[in-house]
Design a protein around this ligand. Structure first.
Ligand code: SF4
Ligand code: FES
Length: 484
């Protein structure tokens, strides 16, 4: 049994354990929805009153035994039942790597909270993806940024971002993803982060890591950075260089991952999957374990923007895709309590689509470097939509009334077969951007769905491209990288 979450074995909760939260986990008062949630990397767990009571009482000092006795007396409930429920709850959180044995001086002491302006926004966004800049030293051929990259002289200032964060938090956003391009290319990143922490947002830095220094990461941790997501192109050096178009990125990522863990920052390794790195999936999982990441995202890439341009160079065969499913399933079992997996399967070989970005206009807002608010990061590829800018309109107005956010929200826009399908409120018809990219109809059923009229040709195209020799990459280039 390990006594902390800082090694590669599972932390088992027993009656003698004294669990506390890790630095990157905290209780949060979600004022916009009148509830408490547990904030963690990429997640906000809703808590029932009993779970909240338990979590308000774990401090890294109290044993489970003492905690259960106290709860049993307080609620005049049988000790065995309380003990069973507490152990189940805490073991589940421990397996997500959110707890550690003993008190951690880095852990935030009190529940955080977002301010509200008196209104309740139950159906407001829970996340804001802030593309701080499109500048990036890497050139990944599957980048999710648009083909037309925004120039640095149009980027919003730190104070304009501050106002956006304030508005987002006031209407119920919980998680902030600081993304790019490469967000650390911004000289004022520390100011920007400070504004986010001030309004109570859970902060996630999505980075290639190659520009970060240990001192800078340490300052970001001091300001309050909760979590870092490091993207990995491959763990074989030459291939990492080839895919990223950047020499020596892997060693830097390894160093930054280790600094993050030293500083108690939550760590996710993000590994987009495609035919040019898929053979190293097991080694990529080993890398995540070695750097003590809590999570790994293994996502077969989606084919729009740069990835669509490079589709023939990136798409794997169906057979190889199936191998990744087996590898991930076996690793999940082997690594319970050590590494958590988010696995996104390959759309061309799926039978049902994903609920893309949590449903159009339902959970996130993407804001581009110049302040354009989007329902998803590829929304500008769709025809006929006009997008508002956060510099001109309050975020709430954009969220509630903007025609772009309402265009594919809910069910009214759907055609058959989605309109009468019993999964329509599960996946909301899948991805609009993929539907348009393949079928030239943004209201079509996502071709990843086996019920789509385009599904057979969608899957066949993938197999055909995957079996042909891979063409050279068209790299995503951003000339003139400089810190602003
Ligand atoms: Fe989802 Fe539409 Fe397919 Fe039904 S028909 S599973 S709603 S994409
Ligand atoms: Fe735009 Fe899926 S990426 S809806």
């Amino acid at each position: 049994m390990r006594m902390s979450n800082n090694s590669s074995t599972r932390y088992e909760i027993t009656l003698l354990s004294r669990p506390g939260f890790t630095r990157y986990t905290r209780l949060h008062e979600d004022c916009a929805r009148n509830r408490f949630v547990l904030l963690a990397p990429e997640r906000a767990y809703e808590l029932d009153p009993i779970s909240l009571e338990v979590l308000q009482n774990i401090d890294g000092l109290t044993t489970i035994n003492n905690l259960c006795q106290k709860l049993s007396e307080k609620f005049t409930a049988p000790l065995e039942i309380i003990t069973r429920d507490v152990l189940n709850l805490l073991q589940g959180l421990s397996d997500k790597r959110l707890l550690q044995e003993g008190h951690n001086h880095l852990t935030k002491k009190t529940a955080s909270g977002t301010k509200r302006d008196g209104a309740s926004y139950v159906s407001a966004p829970t996340g804001l993806l802030a593309e701080l800049t499109h500048r990036c030293p890497l050139q990944c051929p599957y980048c999710s940024n648009p083909l037309e990259l925004e120039r640095s002289n149009n980027e919003m200032s730190a104070t304009e971002w501050a106002e956006t964060f304030k508005q987002a938090a006031s209407i119920g956003a919980l998680q902030l993803h600081l993304s790019g391009g490469e967000p650390t290319a911004r000289r004022d990143l520390e100011d920007i982060l400070g504004y986010a922490v001030e309004v109570g947002l859970y902060t996630n830095l999505i980075t290639s890591a190659v520009l970060l220094t240990k001192d800078q990461l340490s300052r970001l941790a001091d300001i309050g950075l909760d979590h870092i997501q490091i993207s990995i192109q491959d763990v074989v050096e030459e291939n990492s260089d080839l895919i990223s178009g950047y020499k020596g990125a892997l060693a830097k990522k390894y160093a930054v991952a280790n600094w993050a863990r030293e500083l108690g920052i939550g760590l996710t390794i993000n590994a987009p999957m495609h035919r040019q790195n898929i053979m190293n999936l097991e080694k990529i999982i080993d890398f995540a374990v070695e750097v003590d990441a809590q999570r790994i995202e293994i996502a077969h890439i989606q084919y729009y923007a740069w990835a669509q341009k490079n589709r023939a160079a990136l798409i794997p065969t169906h057979e190889i895709f199936l191998e990744t499913v087996n590898i991930v399933e076996a690793a999940k079992q082997r690594l319970i309590g050590v590494l958590n997996f988010d696995f996104v399967i390959h759309d061309h070989y799926a039978s049902r689509p994903k609920k893309c970005t949590g449903g159009w206009g339902q959970s996130i807002i993407v804001v581009t470097p110049s302040g354009t608010a989007l329902p998803c990061h590829a929304a500008q590829t769709l025809p006929g939509l006009k997008f508002d800018n956060v510099k001109d309109q309050h975020l709430l107005k954009i969220w509630e009334t903007s025609p772009a956010f309402n265009a594919y929200r809910g069910l009214d826009w759907m055609k058959e077969p989605c309109r009468s399908c019993d999964r329509r409120e599960i996946d909301y018809g899948g991805c609009r951007c993929q539907a348009y990219a393949f079928s030239q109809d943004p209201a079509a059923t996502d071709p990843a769905c086996a019920l789509s009229v385009d599904h057979a040709s969608f899957a066949a195209l993938a197999e055909q491209e995957a079996h042909a020799p891979a063409p050279a990459f068209v790299y995503r280039r951003y000339d003139g990288l400089s810190k602003k």
